[in-house]
Design a binder for this molecule. Structure first.
Ligand code: NAG
Ligand code: NAG
Ligand code: NAG
Length: 636
């Protein structure tokens, strides 16, 4: 038995010596039964070519290929031509690369030996915790972790080969520092760092995870799950026998925006998206829930909004739906940031004011010609002079904060206001003054909704209001700017230079809806071309900061970034392939921020991450033909 110290370290020769030490080759003895049940066993390797796997399979399920690690890469051989039978996932995990996604930012060392494990044999021991809610969240998140392993185990198509030896018990010991955060929620000040070690001891694997928060410990579970995989030839889960990882993210805000207003997405698709996000350690589900086309969110405090605004039954999110999604996200270390964009990007949902005796809550609803009043049909804009509007905003904000439990960040929207619409109704006032006034009043509604407290960061989309001379009128202590303009636009840069907190979603890099052509004949109104995962990955706008470049410039304050999926041309059924693997690319950019671009190592690790997501039922787009997956490095 090699000691722990020797087991660490990555080298192909280490791997081979171990394989040699095992001196085993898989032999196909027979395949039993009409239910696809196969019986396999290892056969002592004698070095004699005559002892090859037998080929007397009844069902044709015998492995066709075997992968061996040579010169730090997995080479594909015909199973019939080699005495070592090793599956691709196992070769990938034990050969040169770490195969973790996102790549940890601290030191990583992984053994090149795998041992069999079973989902039912993982147990949790909480060694320290700062609070009961953290303990409860750890317990539930661990249950979810083992449930995921069980699902992975169930994707197995052959019986566990009896001769791979007994499965190890896995004892997962978690220590969340007692002085760490007692709040299990993902917050702006959450310390997400964690350390993970795996050590073999007798027939047990000891896993130690330490962190300063629930979310950090949860990331530890996620990394652990990436060190466990299904070996399709062994018919068992395997785990790396020894590992040590230190890790923490570069950026604290790592998001995905989904627009559920242009087209509706089901709760199960959203949950699947949240699970996939968690696999990549993304931490913010920015839910652009409403827009001028529809208002699918049923708010008990203002039921008229969905009554007037939803597409219909079956395209509505109830409070129970939101609670289910928020609960799942919470256990996955993800905040659900619901955005109801105002004062523009609203529609029919706000048309009930007159009939309720509240006057016009909005103007320009579905006005024609739409192109004179908004960027895409239909138009609509709130009435900034109707005080009932601010009461309704307060009720909406109160309910959203209650439902999501997110009270340190809020997204007010503020996108693409039509000056012309307001000028038509209020020709005595500069529409920009109306816009500033509306923004201040909406902020006041938010403060009232949040128990008198201003959230630490209240986001506004970048717009004319966030350009000079209006930007200077916004208070940096109150507002953060969600920059969606192109990275080369001077106004995008000006927001950074003026010292506002920012979230970056540059349209030229991180818009996932681009490249699908126009959806209307009246104008181009779309963006192109398609943003590839490599472009998304290689976008590092912060690298351009030149300290002291412009005199008087403030240091940049980038909290993180987000990919945006607007859904004019996407609905249920198409979500996964549009999001993945591109959201995974931004996840590693924001977590690891490796200076190198999309190198060969990135392709290989992302391809492995893709296969993990596929096993979870996420329909990730392929990076390339499957042949390239089968022949790692050959396409690079
Ligand atoms: C997390 O806390 C540790 C210990 O206080 C500190 O060293 C580390 O920098 C923190 N990480 C972040 C991302 O704040
Ligand atoms: C991880 O280990 C490093 C080095 O020992 C230590 O500085 C850091 O505080 C640890 N972090 C956690 C989350 O335990
Ligand atoms: C402003 O609106 C009022 C009432 O709608 C109208 O009488 C007036 O002529 C308008 N002024 C301008 C400059 O358009």
């Amino acid at each position: 038995m090699k000691s722990w110290g020797e087991a660490l370290g990555r080298s192909a020769s280490g791997h081979f010596s171990r394989v040699g030490r095992l001196r085993r080759a898989l032999v196909f003895l027979g395949v039993v039964a009409c239910t696809g049940v196969a019986l396999l066993y290892w056969r002592q390797q004698t070095g004699n070519d005559a002892h090859r796997p037998l080929h007397n399979s009844y069902l044709g399920v015998e492995p066709q290929w075997s992968w061996v690690c040579r010169n730090d890469r997995c080479e594909r051989l015909l199973a019939s031509e080699t005495s070592i039978l090793q599956s691709l996932p196992t070769c990938n995990m034990l050969c040169a690369s770490t195969q973790l996604w996102p790549q940890p930012t601290g030191p990583v060392s992984l053994a090149t030996v795998a041992v069999p494990v079973q989902a039912g044999q993982f147990s949790l021991h909480i060694r320290s915790t700062p609070s009961r809610p953290v303990t409860e969240h750890l317990t539930e998140a661990f249950a979810l972790f083992t449930k995921d392993l069980k699902s992975l185990e169930k994707t197995n198509s052959i019986v566990r080969r009896p001769d791979i030896g007994p499965s190890r018990d896995v004892v997962v010991r978690v220590a969340v520092s007692p002085t760490g955060s007692g709040d299990p929620r993902m917050r702006l000040d959450t310390n997400e760092s964690y350390n993970l070690t795996v050590r073999p001891r007798g027939n047990t694997l000891h896993v130690d995870i330490s962190a300063f928060s629930f979310c950090g410990a949860r990331h530890g579970f996620e990394t652990l799950s990436q060190l466990v995989w299904l070996d399709p030839y062994a018919g068992s889960l395997l785990a790396i026998e020894a590992a040590s990882v230190e890790d923490s993210p570069k950026y604290g805000f790592r998001g995905v925006l989904l627009d559920t207003a242009r087209n509706f997405f089901t709760v199960s698709e959203i949950i699947r998206t949240i699970d996939a996000m968690a696999s990549c350690k993304l931490n913010t589900f920015h839910w652009h829930v409403s827009d001028s086309q529809s208002f699918p969110l049923k708010l008990n405090s203002v039921p008229q909004l969905s009554q007037y605004g939803a597409y219909g039954p079956g395209a509505i999110y109830t409070s129970e739906d939101i609670t289910t999604i928020v609960k799942r996200a919470r256990l996955r270390g993800i905040r659900v940031l619901i955005e109801i964009d105002t004062p523009a990007h609203i529609g029919r949902a706000w048309a009930w004011g007159p009939s309720a005796g509240l006057g016009n809550l909005a103007y320009c609803i579905e006005v024609e010609p739409w192109s004179a009043y908004c960027g895409e049909p239909p138009c609509g804009q709130l009435n900034p002079r109707n005080p009932h509007v601010y009461d309704i905003l307060e009720r909406m904000y109160t309910e959203i904060i209650q439902l999501t439990g997110v009270d340190d960040i809020f997204h007010l929207g503020g996108d693409e206001v039509s000056e012309r619409c307001w000028t038509q109704h209020f020709n005595d006032t500069d529409p920009m003054d109306l816009w500033l006034d509306f923004t201040q009043k909406a902020l006041n509604s938010l403060i009232r909704a949040n128990g008198g407290k201003l959230p630490e960061m209240t986001l506004l989309w970048s717009s004319r209001l966030t350009r000079s001379p209006y930007l200077e009128k916004l208070d940096k202590k109150h507002f953060g700017i969600h920059v969606w303009g192109a990275s080369r636009w001077p106004e995008s840069r000006a927001v950074l230079d003026s010292g506002f907190r920012t979230i970056l979603s540059h349209v030229d890099a991180w818009y996932l809806d681009c490249g699908f052509g126009s959806w209307r004949d009246s104008s181009d109104g779309h963006c192109g071309p398609y943003r590839s995962w490599q472009q998304i990955y290689e976008h590092r706008p912060w690298a351009e900061e030149i300290p002291g470049f412009s005199t008087g410039a403030e240091p940049w304050r980038i909290d993180g970034g987000e990919v945006c999926l607007w859904t004019e041309q996407l609905s249920s059924g198409g979500l996964d392939a549009r999001l993945w693997p591109r959201a995974a690319a931004v996840a590693e950019r924001l977590w690891s921020d490796r200076i190198e671009g999309a190198t060969a190592d990135v392709y290989l690790r992302l391809d492995t991450q893709r296969s993990r997501l596929l096993k979870k039922g996420v329909g990730v787009m392929p990076l390339w033909p499957r042949w390239c997956t089968h022949n790692p490095n050959a396409c690079l």
